[in-house]
Design a protein around this ligand. Structure first.
Ligand code: ADP
Ligand code: MG
Length: 285
């Protein structure tokens, strides 16, 4: 049937008045210079990217190229020297409540149970504890920690603690999840498991994810698009779309397309590898 409302623009959330979808995250010409005494550190140089709602973006780049700085700018913990960042069309001006952050180490409070750690944002933001508790319990099940609610962090393995930290980042239901090398400290096997679980959690939650890693295979396994950055001052060398269909399994890492993507990214990074500041070797990837 012919639409009776042809030409009418639906005013839906996440859409600008002209009907154009608003980016989940927009980074436009962002530069960041730190003043360190007499010297200036040029961390980011005209970085731009547009991330769609529900997209999983991985960022790879040499150590010191400004990846963590970018996370701090997106979360509003710092202000860029130049350029503009907007989350769902709203400029980032100060620390904001609608992003969840997972850091490299889980930073759980040792004196709080796992459930109370996950509920920390609820308490800090003074949200309703009854609904918050239900959410926290559901998330603990989602990340595979059902039954560990009353355990304390030191009773859990590193991988389990990191899953608790992910549950905590999801508890206040922020549409944007920022993850800064969250699995860097894990052993290879746990890391592969976490990658599979993160893919599942991301699909179940529908969130937009900005994921930083120095592992190229991890980026290719997880991401819809991979942002490859140059050494400092960090610039975007290329944004690569990943055609490998979902749900991905660890076996997909053996596909020729997977290897081709890894090679392309490695080629772009050239000799500039993780630990680049310390003259790291390619083997570190
Ligand atoms: P990455 O996460 O890619 O390893 P960072 O974003 O942590 O890189 O840092 C980028 C550069 O900015 C580095 O040279 C780092 O030393 C510098 N830097 C980061 N934060 C500060 C700060 N608060 N003051 C001065 N320099 C900083
Ligand atoms: Mg970093």
């Amino acid at each position: 049937m012919e639409s009776a409302v042809a030409g009418e623009t639906m005013a839906r959330p996440g859409a600008a008045p002209d009907g154009e979808p608003v980016s989940a995250l927009s980074v436009q010409n962002v530069s960041m210079v730190f003043n360190r005494g007499e010297t200036q550190v040029h961390a980011l140089d005209h970085v731009s990217m547009d991330i769609r709602d529900g997209e999983f973006i991985a960022i790879v780049g040499p150590s010191g190229c400004g990846k963590s700085t970018l996370i701090k700018l997106v979360s509003g913990l710092r202000t860029p020297t130049a350029g503009r960042l907007a989350v769902r069309g709203r400029q980032v001006m100060k620390p904001r409540g609608d992003v969840g952050i997972v850091f490299q180490s889980p930073v759980l409070l040792p004196w709080r149970s796992i459930l109370d750690n996950v509920m920390l944002p609820i308490d800090v933001l003074k949200q309703d504890r009854t609904t918050g508790r239900e959410r926290a319990l559901a998330l603990l099940r989602l990340v595979g920690l059902g039954g560990f609610e009353t355990a304390y962090p030191n009773e859990l393995s590193g991988g389990m603690q990191q899953r608790a930290a992910i549950a905590r980042a999801l508890v206040y239901d922020a549409p944007l999840l920022l993850m800064d090398e969250p699995f860097g400290a894990l052993d290879a096997l746990t890391r592969e498991q976490m990658n599979s679980e993160l893919q599942r959690i991301w699909q179940a939650s529908g969130k937009t994810v900005l994921f930083i890693t120095h592992s190229i295979p991890e980026a290719v396994f997880l991401a819809d698009r991979i942002v490859v950055m140059s050494p400092r001052p960090g610039r975007v060398l290329k944004i690569i779309a990943n055609p490998i269909p979902r749900m991905r399994t660890l076996d997909d890492m053996l596909r020729p397309e997977f290897g081709a993507l890894v090679r392309e990214i490695r080629g772009l990074l050239g000799g500039h590898v993780a630990g680049g500041e310390n003259h790291g070797t390619r083997a570190e990837w």
